[in-house]
Design a protein around this ligand. Structure first.
Ligand code: PLP
Length: 396
C-alpha cells in the first residue's frame, strides 16, 4: 500500500523499541518516553472485568458498544462537559486512537485538508495521510504557549479544509486552552461552516492548579452539529492496555464510523467494555489522586529540568509531559564526540550517553525540543534529571 509505505512509524513506539534493545543488551535506561500513567488500573475496575468473564460477558457486543456503556458515556459527557446528548449520540471504539481514525477515515477524500496545530500528537498527521488527505500543519511556538491563535486558524482554512484537530491538555506540551481561547477559535469556525472539529480530550482529567477543563462543543453549542468530542479511559483511569475510547458527535458521522468499525474490529472487547463501565460509573477519587501525584511531579520536573544547563522548560498546565527547549545545546559536542545538530541528536545522545530516553520535539512537529514524560516515581525522575543535568554540563 503506497500510503502506508509513506507513513512514519510512531516516533514514540520507535523510542520504546530502542529502549528495549538497549535494555536487552544490558544497559540501564530510565525511560521518560512512554505516554502512559505508571499506576495500576484501580482494583474495582479490574474486578469488574474478572466478574464480566465469570458472568459470561464474552460475546460480540453491538458494534457501537454495549448499550449500558454508551449510557454511561452519555452520562459522563452530560455530567462533566455539560453536553446535552443521549446514548445514541455516542460510540465506543478500541481506544481514543480508533475513534480518531474512524472519524477521519469515514470522512476524508483525496485532496481534503486537515488543520493540525503543531506541536501535535504524532498520530494525527500520519492518520490524515493514511486517509489520503493532507495535513496542514500550523506552527504554534512557545510565544503563544504552544496554542493555536484565532489568526493562525483563519489563515489555515481553505475551501478543501475538512477538519480542525484540537487537543487540550496537549500531548506533547501539556498546554491547556482556556474558555476564552476556545471561544475565540469558535468565533473563527462559525464563519467556516464546512469545517468539522475534532476535540481530543483524552487528558481531560490531568489538569493542574485547580484550573477548570473546557471543551469546544460546550463553549460554543452552535458548533455542536459539527464537533466530534473524543475521550477514553486510557489516561484518566490508567487503562491504556484495555483499549477503550469513546466519542460524541453528529449522528451522520457516528453512523459512518460505526459502519466502518463493523467491517474492521466489530467493536471493542466485551470484557474491556465492562471494565470501562465500572470506571465511568464507580468511585471517581482515583482521578483526584492521580492528578495530585502528576501535579507534584510536574513541579519537581520543571524545577529540575530548568537547572540543567541549556534546557528551558515552561510549566505545563496539564497532561504528564514537559516540553523543554534544547536550542542552547545545538552545536555543542558530547564527551563521546557527537556534535549535536538537532533535537534528534540530543535525544539519541541522551539515550546513549546518559541512559535516559526522551522523544525529540521534531517528532511532534516542533524543534528543537525534547518531550519528557513524567510517568515514573519521584526517585526515578530525580535520577533521570541528575543524569540529564550531568550530560548537559559535560557538553563542550
Ligand atoms: N490522543 C492523544 C493526544 C494521545 O496522547 C493518545 C495516546 O497517547 C491518544 C489520543 C490515544 O489514546 P488511547 O487510544 O489509548 O485511548
Amino acid at each position: 500500500n503506497v500510503r502506508l509505505a509513506d507513513a512514519q512509524p510512531s516516533a514514540t513506539y520507535r523510542m520504546i523499541d530502542r529502549v528495549a534493545a538497549r535494555r536487552a543488551a544490558g544497559a540501564k535506561i530510565i525511560s521518560l518516553s512512554a505516554g502512559e500513567p505508571d499506576f495500576d488500573t484501580p482494583s474495582h475496575i479490574r474486578e469488574a472485568a474478572i466478574y464480566a468473564i465469570r458472568a459470561g460477558h464474552t460475546r460480540y457486543t453491538q458494534v457501537a458498544g454495549l448499550r449500558s456503556l454508551r449510557e454511561a458515556v452519555a452520562d459522563k459527557f452530560q455530567r462533566e462537559n455539560a453536553l446535552e446528548i443521549g446514548w445514541q449520540d455516542t460510540i465506543v471504539c478500541c481506544g481514543g486512537k480508533q475513534v480518531i481514525y474512524n472519524a477521519l477515515a469515514a470522512t476524508l477524500n483525496e485532496g481534503d485538508e486537515v488543520v493540525v496545530p503543531a506541536p501535535y500528537w504524532v498520530s494525527y498527521p500520519e492518520i490524515v495521510r493514511l486517509c489520503g488527505a493532507k495535513a496542514i500543519v500550523v506552527r504554534c511556538g512557545s510565544d503563544s504557549g504552544f496554542k493555536l491563535t484565532p489568526g493562525a486558524l483563519a489563515e489555515s482554512i481553505g475551501p478543501r479544509t475538512r477538519w480542525l484537530i484540537l487537543n487540550s491538555p496537549s500531548n506533547p506540551t501539556g498546554a491547556v486552552y482556556s474558555r476564552e481561547e476556545l471561544a475565540a477559535l469558535a468565533q473563527v469556525l462559525l464563519d467556516h461552516p464546512h469545517v468539522l472539529v475534532l476535540s481530543d480530550d483524552i487528558y481531560e482529567h490531568l489538569i493542574f492548579d485547580g484550573a477548570p477543563f473546557h471543551t469546544i462543543a460546550q463553549v460554543e453549542p452552535r458548533l455542536m452539529p459539527r464537533v466530534l468530542t473524543t475521550n477514553g479511559v486510557s489516561k484518566a483511569y490508567a487503562m491504556t492496555g484495555w483499549r477503550i475510547g469513546f466519542g460524541t458527535g453528529p449522528r451522520w458521522l457516528l453512523n459512518a464510523m460505526e459502519k466502518l468499525q463493523g467491517q474492521q474490529t466489530s467493536g471493542a472487547s466485551s470484557i474491556s467494555q465492562h471494565a470501562a463501565l465500572a470506571a465511568l460509573t464507580g468511585p471517581q477519587q482515583f482521578l483526584d489522586e492521580a492528578r495530585s501525584v502528576f501535579e507534584q511531579r510536574r513541579d519537581l520536573m520543571v524545577d529540575l529540568l530548568n537547572q540543567a544547563r541549556g534546557l528551558r522548560c515552561a510549566k505545563p498546565a496539564g497532561a504528564f509531559y514537559a516540553f523543554a527547549s534544547c536550542a542552547d545545546l545545538i552545536g555543542l559536542r558530547t564527551p563521546a564526540g557527537v556534535q549535536l545538530k538537532d533535537d534528534e541528536d540530543v535525544a539519541t545522545a541522551l539515550l546513549d550517553e546518559a541512559g535516559v530516553a526522551v522523544v525529540p520535539g521534531s517528532a511532534f512537529g516542533l524543534a528543537p525540543f525534547i518531550r519528557i514524560a513524567y510517568a515514573l516515581d519521584d526517585d526515578a525522575l530525580v535520577a533521570a534529571c541528575r543524569a540529564i543535568r550531568q550530560f548537559c554540563e559535560s557538553l563542550i
